[in-house]
Design a protein around this ligand. Structure first.
Ligand SMILES: N[C@@H](CCC(=O)N[C@@H](CS)C(=O)NCC(=O)O)C(=O)O
Length: 205
């Protein structure tokens, strides 16, 4: 059975769990990371020398990096509806995934660590980070209005997985933020999917 290493409240582990639920694949999961066994444990460093979750074992094949795992699973299970084969459509999906992990996450991370994890190292960063996060959310708001209803257009794809998890965090963390009505509709649209209700909009920020 496929094995997932990583705590189920990690945004990056949740991407993989959401994908596995989309594919309806059974798996076992071992808790590693904040609040559980630490990822700098020598035992975990053998699993992933980078020291982060998630990691999967698909039989004798071990793989790290949440987006790579999501793409691997989509291709392995021939879900071209979720991860198009067409080069240009595929590249658009990947661009949204990359953006979600870089520019979009950049503002989110300090807000989350200051207000939810309550890590004092981020305490003074909330205002600036919230503004940076809102600037990127504005990009998503405008994009959905012009080319939605999903990030890659008409249909749900794996591009919506990392974006959908950041959107869940946006609405779940309590801080002063502008209203984005198009993203609020997108949030509800994603919640029509049981896998998102299970691992995305599930009450956890
Ligand atoms: N680029 C990596 C980033 C993974 C990452 O940052 N994971 C965090 C949790 S979201 C982690 O392992 N933190 C250490 C911990 O939980 O102790 C990926 O997408 O898989």
């Amino acid at each position: 059975m496929l094995k997932v290493y990583g705590r189920a409240n990690s945004i990056n582990v949740r991407k993989v769990l959401w994908m596995l639920a989309e594919l309806d694949i059974p798996y076992e999961r071992e808790d590693w990371g904040r609040g559980f066994r630490p990822t700098d444990d020598p035992e975990f460093r053998k699993i992933n020398p980078v020291g982060v979750v998630p990691v999967i074992d698909d039989g004798d094949f071990r793989l790290r990096e949440s987006h790579t795992i999501v793409r691997y699973l989509a291709d392995k299970h021939e879900r071209s509806d979720l991860y198009p084969k067409n080069l240009r459509q595929r590249a658009k999906v990947e661009a949204w995934m990359d953006w979600a992990a870089t520019e979009l996450a950049e503002g989110m991370r300090p807000v989350f660590h200051a207000l939810v994890v309550k890590n004092p190292a981020f305490a003074g960063m909330v205002d600036g980070a919230a503004k940076a996060w809102a600037r990127q959310m504005r990009v998503l708001e405008d994009h959905l209005a012009a080319s939605g209803p999903y990030v890659a257009g008409e249909a749900f794809t794996i591009g919506d997985i990392p974006v959908g998890l950041v959107v869940n965090r946006w609405f779940s963390v309590d801080f002063s933020k502008p209203a984005f009505p198009g993203i609020a509709l997108y949030y509800d649209r994603l919640a029509e999917r049981p896998p998102y209700r299970l691992h995305g909009r599930n009450g956890m920020p």
